[in-house]
Design a protein around this ligand. Structure first.
Ligand SMILES: Nc1ncnc2c1ncn2[C@@H]1O[C@H](COP(=O)(O)OP(=O)(O)OP(=O)(O)O)[C@@H](O)[C@H]1O
Length: 262
């Protein structure tokens, strides 16, 4: 399909009328949005508006919290995620967190852990996966001679790329990133942004960020969330990142991106 001479990307995740409650508190209110395939979608909005809760819904991580209840649909390709086994779902929808969290194991074992848990035992195949994942995460050249060193001995930026490599090792389709560069210095941050740009060729990326420049620089689509008076998070506006940042339709979006609230 062609729209203003641009190809319209396919939908990877469709969210329909999605509500999420922590006990009696409603954290997400009637979210409906399509997340495009092989694109980078940034989620921005003031603290507490439900950005992390929203992306944690995509791989059902919120279900690990006992009080959580959801309503509505989340469809991955054509499958209802609530009908997919959560372990299988989390293989397809990987996650990278705010603080790099390598396992206290060697670099090799950090990457081999997931594939091994999914049944791959052959050491030669594991070696191939480790190399491929580290190459994709732009870390191979820096660690190829020290694969038996602890992942914790790497710098913060390297640790975060190790965590990205670990997520890639089980061949996900979607990678969720919750402020993946917020604990990193500007150079390590730019490396992560460059890496994310390369990864979208193969993966659908959804990234939460507080950093407006980062959203503007590094994403194709942007969703702006806000909080209602009840503190429930809702989607104010979504669209191409260039449109959201240059020509927002909603006054709240305009105020937020220009730093006038949040
Ligand atoms: N485990 C939980 N139990 C109860 N309430 C929670 C829980 N986790 C988050 N919340 C509440 O849900 C709301 C949304 O939180 P969430 O962390 O998703 O927001 P956020 O937009 O990602 O915030 P930030 O930008 O500060 O990280 C907040 O009011 C928060 O207090």
């Amino acid at each position: 399909m062609i729209d203003n001479n641009h190809v319209i990307p396919q939908t990877k995740i469709r969210v329909e009328n999605f509500n999420l409650f922590y006990g009696k508190f409603q954290a997400l209110d009637k979210i409906t949005i399509d997340i495009p395939s092989n694109q980078i979608t940034a989620i921005i909005g003031p603290s507490g508006c439900g950005k992390s809760t929203f992306i944690r819904s995509f791989n059902r991580m919120n279900e690990l919290i006992p009080s959580v209840r959801t309503e509505g649909k989340i469809i991955l390709d054509s499958k209802d995620i609530f009908e997919i086994d959560p372990v299988e779902l989390r293989k397809q929808v990987g996650m990278v967190f705010q603080r790099p969290n390598p396992f206290p194991k060697t670099i090799f074992e950090n990457i081999a852990f997931g594939p091994r848990a999914h049944g791959i035992r052959d050491h030669r195949i594991l070696e191939e996966i480790v190399e491929k994942s580290l190459r994709q995460a732009a870390l191979w050249d820096e660690v190829k001679d020290t694969l038996n060193k602890s992942g914790l001995a790497l710098s913060g930026g390297q640790q975060q790329r190790l965590c990205i490599a670990r997520a890639l090792a089980v061949e996900p389709e979607v990678i969720l990133m919750d402020e993946p560069a917020s604990a990193l210095d500007p150079i390590a941050t730019l490396k992560i942004e460059e890496l994310i740009e390369q990864l979208k060729e193969k993966y659908t990326i959804v990234i939460v960020t507080h950093n407006m420049q980062q959203a503007a620089r590094a994403s194709d689509f942007t969703l702006f969330f806000n909080m209602a008076e009840s503190r429930a998070g809702y989607l104010v506006e979504s669209g191409k990142t260039t449109d959201i940042f240059t020509n927002p339709k909603n006054e709240l979006t305009e105020q937020y991106i220009s730093g006038r609230f949040g």
